[in-house]
Write a protein that binds this ligand. Sequence first.
Ligand code: UDP
Length: 241
Amino acid sequence: ENNTTKYKRIILKLSGESFSRAGERGIAMDEVVSISQQIQQAAALGCQIAVVIGGGNILRGGQFKNESASIQEATAHYMGMLATVINGLALQDALESLGMSTRLMTAIHMHGVAEPYIRRKASRHLEKGRIVILAAGTGSPFVTTDTAAAQRALELEADILMKATRVDGVYSDDPEKNPHAVFYRTLGFDKVVSENLRVMDGTAISQCREHGMPILVFNFKMDGNIQKAVLGEQVGTLIDP
Ligand code: UDP
């Protein structure tokens, strides 16, 4: 069943913003269901999918920077990790409402809510065709879920890390501000670093670069893009070591 997909196992990084309407915060279930349908299409091709979910639609640790007198930055990061668990629960139910089998695993243990993340167990769930949702990031403060996605891609031996965004891929500059920004179909890690291109956070980039993990940045707003990406069709920007 898996002879059509280019990638057998992927890590899909979804930002929290993919769960809310453009310009809004919080969770809009129609958005969550719509991305779940795309995940379902891709999984139907036989691809194993682990989703690393962000939390920016609810809270980011960095947002309290100017309030350091009343809240420690580390505390804020833990709050951000908990936000990803809230998103994970929403994604789990949306996927299951479509008839998919899922497991929610958290890097911060939360008995009664989700399974603890254990690498070999996660791998086993994937082999059985379950969609694995990885929440609470790395479990450590001061990094982002981009770093968690890179970390999980490496340890779960994914074929690629796919970062779903609201833009079509990587540009030489912000396309919303600079009309002359050039779109890249493929990129090397050297150029990402030397030109400081906004792909993922620096820790995630250096981990993927060091360990040869390819990254695909693509627009999840285009229906069918996750499926196309899994099939290896041209979509977004491929950063290939
Ligand atoms: N976070 C953290 N450690 C992690 C992952 C996330 O401390 O391993 C915190 C961090 O404060 C981050 C927040 O959780 O800002 C939400 O995650 P992120 O900003 O990556 O969400 P996204 O931008 O993908 O929606």
